[in-house]
Design a protein around this ligand. Structure first.
Ligand SMILES: [Zn+2]
Length: 295
């Protein structure tokens, strides 16, 4: 549930909001081919795939970065008490606030909330109920950092059909109105430690964040490690398909070259790992769970 990794002086804690065999691969991946299961049978164990259910394992990961005097969250999961379309995300009631506090990232302690993109499963804990039927910022002492391109995209979707996805209204608009948002641009150094890199496609403004060449929060470039081995595979949620594939391939090349530990948002198993390369073929090398420090 909570696992800790050390990158030099920087501590990275992963907090799993929930995880399980939730996704039918044919629904998640419009170009799904059952042959993928045979091709990757050697590593598709129960960390990643439940054969008898026919479901891919997908989690919701909130990454916490302690660096100097900064307490940084990378994305904020689904959140509690929020009406959502998919059953697995609807009106959650988890112990995330207590888990954050246990990890040294209580609502009051967080200094920076950094968004990779603005899908509803990445912004939920931005806000909590205000006691009057509305929503208020959850992290009163934090600046919230997000890509401006995504704000425009998701605001337009919300205004056209708020009932389809209310997340912009309950999780983004309240922090914009509170004046707590800073926009991130490609190349910016965020919170003193995170180098932003634009990685558009999954959403128009998707941004990933590097700690030198040693670690990288790689957002939804991948929902599942199958996309590392099959990088042409986009999810049904990738807004700009060609750009998504181009960003994924460019990332794989750099991640394999640097050996950076990648911190995606939705992977099962040990939740993070490195990228192997054999010619044009990439593979996911999960971090040894034993290497994660006990919490
Ligand atoms: Zn996403």
């Amino acid at each position: 549930m909570i696992h800790v990794h050390q990158i030099g002086d920087i501590r990275i804690t992963g907090l799993t909001e929930y995880i399980g065999p939730t996704h039918d691969p044919k629904v998640l991946y419009p170009d799904w081919d059952p042959a993928f299961l045979d091709r990757h049978d050697s590593w598709l164990n129960n960390d990643f795939w439940f054969k008898n259910l026919g479901r891919l394992v997908i989690g919701i990961q909130i990454w916490i970065v302690h660096a100097g005097d900064r307490v940084i969250l990378i994305d904020t999961g689904v959140g509690n008490h929020k009406p959502r379309g998919p059953e697995r995300m609807h009106m959650l009631n988890t112990l995330v606030p207590q888990w954050l506090a246990a990890a040294g990232a209580s609502f009051d302690q967080v200094t920076d909330v950094v968004m990779t993109h603005l899908h509803s499963d990445h912004v939920g804990w931005n806000t909590v109920p205000d006691g009057q039927g509305g929503w208020q910022p959850a992290f009163p002492n934090a600046r919230y950092v997000m890509p401006e391109t995504d704000i425009a995209h998701f605001r337009a979707l919300f205004e056209a059909a708020p009932q389809d996805d209310p997340s912009f209204g309950d999780s983004i608009a309240p922090i914009l109105e509170a004046g707590l948002v800073d926009f991130v641009e490609d190349g910016d150094l965020i919170a003193g430690h995170l180098r932003a890199q634009s990685a558009p496609g999954h959403t128009p403004g998707q941004t990933i964040y590097w700690i030198d060449d040693r670690a990288v929060f790689c957002a939804d470039l991948f929902h599942h490690p199958l996309q590392i081995s099959e990088p042409h595979l986009n999810t049904a949620y990738c807004v700009l398909p060609d750009e998504a594939r181009a960003s994924r391939r460019a990332f794989l090349e750099r991640a394999a070259q640097t050996g950076a530990l990648i911190f995606p948002c939705h992977f099962g198993g040990s939740h993070c790992g490195t990228i192997g390369r054999d010619g044009e073929q990439y593979s996911y090398l999960p971090a040894d769970p034993a290497a994660a420090q006990r919490f």
